[in-house]
Design a protein. Sequence first.
Length: 439
Amino acid sequence: MSISIALFTQDLRVHDNPVLRAALAESAEVVPLFVLDEGVDATGFAVPNRAAFLADCLTDLDASLRSRGGRLVVRRGEAVAETVRLAQQLDVRGVHLAAGVSSFAHRRESRLRAALGERLRVHEAVLTALAPGAVTPAGKDHYSVFTPYSRAWRQAERRGPVAAPRSVRVPAAVQGVAVPVVRPDSPGLPAGGESAGRRSWARWDVEAYQEQHDDLAGDGTSRLSPYLHFGCLSATELVALAERRGGPGPEAFVRQLVWRDFHHQVLAARPDAARADYRPRDDRWHTDPGELAAWCAGRTGYPIVDAGMRQLAAEGWMHNRARLLTASFLAKTLYLDWRAGAAHFLSLLVDGDVANNQLNWQWVAGTGTDTRPNRVLNPLAQAKRFDPQGSYVRRWVPELAQVPGAAVHRPWLLPRPPHDYPAPVIDLAEDRFTRGRGR
């Protein structure tokens, strides 16, 4: 009886999963395999928040497969070695894998191909709605500016969602290990897994997204990014569902998914952008461990910044507008190296995706794809616009919970400033360029 392996990576779902469907179409029996690979480092079990969420995802995926007569086989070790060992033991017909964009994914695919040859089947557009490299400008290998990429993305032919399988048959002799129990760093971490992700999509009001997505206190964002990062939800399916509804809200949401694809195609073409400036600006970053520590702890003295950082610590997630303004404060106001901020985000974010995290940080820092590299987000102006009554700040900064209205954004002006809240780490009037390239 023929056997194939469906090697799960960041596609932890049964709905719209071309990897699983192709493996089932190829062979009578399939091994749905996930390898707990410690080499994944920052995107794997080395980060408690993502490790805990991943454990939920694997448990849920196993339950979904069992409801179809199958099960998830979990192995521990180096992913390529474990996969190749199992493929040789079972004399499999094929090993199916979703194409990735990171340096780690490229190395994994290259080594699997060297060991398995034509038995390796790599599937595009599983982790994204449009495969990296599917559209390119004339004479270049990727788009470096979002707007022309967005136009090309919308004109490109994309695959449609595939149905979840009705049954999965797994060889009885194949054994795995139990999914580990992991304690997260953030007490408010969301539950992981495809089932939780599909429930989140079903109850979220996408129609209101255009009007509410920047409202910090209203929290009208989808909160689907962790489920997209781990592939519990399919970007292809979400695009199809949103386009079917139509209207300003769904259209604004699709635009965010296009941004996600844009960043993935940049990283696929320039893997070193995870660490190096995409567009070097000759920055000489300021160095101050105390300022960096204050920013990480949410004690900069600027309440809107501190609220975002404390939400990150508490939930392992941060509102999209708060991500922008906290990142801008670090890179543009404090003039600290964007890599330090990106690393802190990755240490806590449950949706810590290398493509989106690193390239969004570079966009804010002016070293990435932004066509306005000197853009600076003033935290006081951002607070006035996106948290006018201070509700978001009071939610996350308890020292200021009793300060009414907009006064919460400038606690240093209060007649009696709270004694347990810090003074600002920097005067916004200070010329930031004295810290960096203008020095």
